[in-house]
Ligand binder design. Structure first.
Ligand code: LLP
Length: 426
């Protein structure tokens, strides 16, 4: 593709190509997150067709409507904090379908999770095994547990979101016998019910061989656990991590292809070690469900040409609704949704309205010629880790979020108002 080609429309879910964007901007204002609800559901279904248990990672994007969609589609939910747990329970998610995560869960969070009766607590440290055991005794319950382990493999992604290497702050390393000690500690505790292991090697992963290498390490651990302590894993939670396609040149890896690699790798590794029955495989996708299902709609405010430097196209959002370019140097496409099929010969940088030079949304954008102040501009693939990492920096109210289905939209999160910005003041 040449750089002036139109947007590759396969980056935008079908249900978001033909909406009346100016009417939506009029009614809901901009910036605006718009999800294709049918695409969200389609992605959930592709996951549930491929795995017995699919645990949506709420950190990617969570609100009551999203919890309800996940519950309706038969998925479980990964909550990583008391706050996520609160939203999940408030929205009616059955506690038994919640997997509770976190590398530093507070006593209050652990008690809340045990009290609610979450399906699994994923333990992350020796301190936590003790604490959870004590809470279980106090509440007279036996808590189902997965032990989070780090396999010591690289995932070929940004270092900030790589979690399976030896330097990870998460879980118990398999090397030096740490993970097996943790497994035995849980196994010996009558108030904890060891169900298996959890392993999340990172996020935005395109190289599927990284998952296979992690699975091989898990099989070694399973063998050692069985031989030393008679521990059998009933569940193998392989975390999330499947990469989403942000740019037209990025690879498109289907959920089904990813599933095939995971299932084949587990079968091969378990077979080679003569481990007997294969445990039930759980996955925890966040990004690969949410990211490709949404776009962000902005309005262009000013266009500034700097001689000898280039052109800045400034929109009415920025790092407060999408901090990913600043945090990880992430790339996005930009397009004018009302002129989606036009060539994009105009090279520019799409920037936000915040008080930082680093407040860039798309550093190397291509847009149709004659983009003007007042035009609507969109970025695709913004459904994960955008709204969920949004802030009120510069006292910018958080955008509204719409779910579109069959050409109809509903507002699932209203835009914050100026009053919301002072509601916490004492
Ligand atoms: N399970 C666990 C334990 C996780 O920590 C995560 C993501 C997931 C599942 C879901 O991973 P996914 O399928 O979404 O890759 N803010 C970063 C991403 C951080 C990911 C954190 N953990 C970003 O914007 O790229």
């Amino acid at each position: 593709m040449s750089s002036s080609d139109p947007l590759d429309i396969s980056l935008v879910p079908k249900g978001l190509l033909e909406l009346n964007f100016s009417a939506l901007a009029q009614e809901f204002n901009t910036p605006l997150f718009i999800y294709d609800e049918d695409e969200l559901r389609r992605r959930c279904r592709e996951y549930t067709a491929n795995f017995p248990t699919v645990v949506y990672a709420g950190k990617a994007f969570l609100c009551k409507a999203m919890v309800q969609l996940i519950a309706e589609e038969g998925l479980s939910l990964d909550c990583a904090t008391g706050g996520e747990l609160h939203v999940a329970l408030t929205a009616g998610m059955p506690a038994s379908r919640i997997v509770f995560h976190g590398n530093n869960k507070s006593l209050a969070e652990l008690s809340m999770a045990v009290d609610a009766g979450v399906g699994h607590v994923v333990v992350d440290s020796f301190d936590e095994i003790e604490r959870l055991g004590a809470i279980a005794v106090e509440q007279k319950k036996v808590v189902p547990v997965l032990v989070r382990v780090t396999p010591g493999v690289e995932a070929h992604t940004h270092e900030f979101i790589e979690t399976g290497t030896e330097i990870s702050k998460f879980g118990f390393t398999i090397s030096e016998g740490v993970a097996i000690n943790a497994l035995n500690r849980v196994h010996e505790n009558p108030s904890l019910y060891l169900r298996g292991v959890h392993c999340h090697i990172g996020s935005q992963i395109y190289r599927l061989d990284a998952f296979s290498r992690a699975i091989n390490r898990l099989a070694e651990l399973a063998l050692a656990a069985r031989n030393q302590y008679g521990i059998i894993f009933s569940i193998l939670n392989l975390g999330g991590g499947l990469g989403a396609r942000y740019l037209s040149e990025d690879p498109q890896i289907s959920i089904t292809a990813y599933s095939q690699v995971l299932h084949d790798s587990v079968a091969t590794a378990w077979g080679a070690s003569d481990l007997g029955d294969i445990p039930a495989i759980m996955v925890e996708p966040g990004r690969s469900i949410a990211a490709p299902s949404a776009i962000t709609l902005y309005r262009v405010g000013t266009i500034k040409e700097i001689p000898g430097v280039g052109t800045y196209v400034a929109v009415d959002g920025g790092m407060s609704d999408n901090p990913r370019p600043v945090l990880y140097g992430s790339g996005y496409e930009a397009y004018l949704p009302e002129r989606v099929h036009e060539n994009r010969p105009f090279a520019c940088s799409v920037v936000g309205k915040h008080c930082e030079q680093g407040d860039i949304i798309v550093a190397d954008a291509q847009l149709p010629a004659k983009v003007q102040p007042g035009d609507l501009l969109a970025t695709p693939t913004t459904g994960a880790y955008g709204y969920s990492m949004a802030s009120n920096y510069n006292m910018v109210p958080r955008p509204a979020v719409l779910f579109a289905s069959n050409g109809e939209v509903r507002c699932v999160l209203r835009r914050e108002t100026p009053e919301d910005l002072t509601r916490l003041d004492g």
